[in-house]
Design a protein around this ligand. Structure first.
Ligand SMILES: Cc1cc2nc3c(=O)[nH]c(=O)nc-3n(C[C@H](O)[C@H](O)[C@H](O)COP(=O)(O)OP(=O)(O)OC[C@H]3O[C@@H](n4cnc5c(N)ncnc54)[C@H](O)[C@@H]3O)c2cc1C
Length: 459
């Protein structure tokens, strides 16, 4: 195909399931999960079947349009909004479904499916998946970027537990990529993002986990200077069975919130421990010795894991940013407490540190080989009204700048909500190989992705 400077939309108008600006349905279809993204594509395609998606991709290609696949829109702020103005937004949220093979412990998941659907379909078989903290994140974008789960220190990145991908390539072909079919493309899809085509199905491994020891420990933020260093010490040399996160949270007084959260500033540690009750209790003992105000750790059915982190249950607007830290030194903790601890005057609502290491760092021959950092830092500020966006961005930037001196590892792109060049996350050898795969499968740069690879291969 050839990308057109002025696309001819005549043939596109004859295709079912497309929304053009000004038509009913366009404004609803352009809404991403993260409402901060103001998306204005030339056309929006909403396929309900794989065949429909293939037809829409071919029609866009014939019209000379670039194409941006999007599943849930959790990562939408990372898409180049200017480039989207001349492109087709391929919204896959109606292309959903899960087939479980309980014996093989695998699932085939259609390209727009959310994690909640997978986890609920797997649970009756005593199985679960390497999902993230929120049930309404889609499997596709999460896995294409790597996939950091609360089971990850034991089981690694979700992208490394993917068996196969069915993908529409730029020429409109439907291709199956796996370790033995289109293996270079499969290598690139394990962490290389949405730069190679529209994923219409993914086959993943499932885990034999019917119940999880999970929950949270909660303190007032005045305890942060005690809790943060103890948690850091606890994470050093920790059993791979435990994957946790520590958050400094500041909630406004909101009547709909439970009283233990509303209007309060808190430290919360949550996560999962893949061990029996006694071993989990042994592991948690040093944290429990800090006398948390609330302790909800218990054994619960695996699907309930999707509620533990208390991510927003509905689409919402937020600005966030991320750094990857190799360590959390005493000086880094001092900076963290100064910028977001009890006395901080201008901190974002959420500062989160996810503990990684363990199997997250185990290398695999994949675009994301493994994660080098031990701690992923996230700063998140919800934006209740558009007028607050600038101030929210300032709060996030302030928290990130305070911790930047300790950001000594490549970032995890799925945690970055800005159209940052994907090159920052890959070493030169990996980047060169990603470019080679793209040159083979997308010579004309049809795909428009969150965190796009640079247009030109660096010399
Ligand atoms: C509340 C919240 C909680 C989160 N929790 C976690 C977590 O625990 N662990 C973690 O690792 N990440 C987490 N994330 C980050 C999340 O993984 C990224 O935002 C990811 O990009 C979301 O994928 P998506 O498909 O849902 O989003 P989308 O915005 O739909 O997709 C993001 C990008 O992925 C690509 N893509 C998506 N679907 C397809 C497809 N079918 N074909 C081709 N390309 C596609 C595209 O390039 C797209 O621009 C969280 C994000 C939020 C907002």
């Amino acid at each position: 195909m050839t990308l057109a400077s002025t696309p001819d939309l005549t043939t596109l108008r004859a295709v079912d399931g497309l929304h053009f600006p000004g038509e009913p349905g366009y404004d609803h279809a352009r809404l991403a999960w993260n409402l901060i993204a103001d998306q204005h594509p030339t056309v929006i395609a909403v396929p309900e079947s794989i065949d429909g998606a293939v037809r829409m991709v071919r029609a866009a290609a014939d019209a000379g349009l670039r194409i941006a696949p999007q599943a849930s829109g959790h990562g939408a702020p990372a898409l180049d909004q200017e480039a989207l103005r001349g492109a087709m937004l391929l919204r896959l949220h109606r292309l959903t479904g899960v087939e479980i093979d309980a014996e093989a412990r695998t699932a085939r998941v259609l390209g727009g499916t959310l994690w909640r659907e997978v986890v609920e379909a797997a649970a009756p078989h005593g199985l679960t998946a390497l999902h993230g903290s929120a049930g309404d994140v889609a499997v596709s974008g999460y896995i294409l970027g790597g996939g950091i789960s609360f089971y990850g220190r034991e089981h690694g990145l979700a992208a490394h537990r993917m068996r196969a991908v069915e993908i529409i390539t730029a020429d409109g072909a439907l291709v199956r990529a796996s370790a033995t079919e289109h293996s270079d493309l499969f290598w690139a899809l394990q962490g290389g993002g949405g730069n190679f085509g529209a994923v219409v199905a993914i086959e993943i491994d499932l885990l034999p986990i019917p119940d999880v020891r999970t929950g949270f420990l909660l303190w007032d933020i005045s305890a942060a200077s005690d809790v943060v260093p103890v948690w850091r010490d606890w994470t050093r040399g920790l059993d791979r069975a435990a994957t946790t996160s520590l958050r400094l949270l500041r909630f406004p007084p909101v009547p709909e919130m439970p009283p233990f959260l509303s209007g309060r500033s808190l430290v919360i540690i949550d996560g999962a421990i893949l061990a029996d009750d006694a071993s989990a209790a042994d592991l948690l003992q040093p944290l429990r010795a800090l006398a948390p105000e609330m302790d909800t750790f218990a054994s619960i059915p695996a699907p309930a894991m999707l509620e533990v982190h208390m991510d927003p249950p509905v689409p919402s607007a937020a600005i966030s940013d991320h750094l990857m830290l190799g360590d959390l030194s005493d000086t880094a903790i001092d900076a963290l407490l100064e910028s977001a601890g009890v006395d901080a005057t201008a901190a974002p609502m959420i500062i989160e540190i996810r503990h990684l290491g363990g199997a997250f760092g185990d290398p695999k021959d994949a675009a994301v080989r493994g994660i080098d950092g031990e701690y992923a830092l996230l700063a998140v500020q919800p934006v209740a009204v558009p007028e607050f966006a600038e101030q929210a961005a300032g709060l996030v930037a302030g928290a990130i700048e305070a911790m930047r001196p300790w950001a000594d590892c490549a970032p995890y792109l799925n945690f970055i909500d800005a159209p940052l060049d994907a090159a920052t996350a890959f070493d030169p050898e990996t980047l060169e190989r990603l470019h080679r795969v793209r040159a083979q499968y997308d010579p004309d740069r049809v795909w428009l992705s969150a965190h796009a690879l640079p247009e030109v291969e660096p010399v």
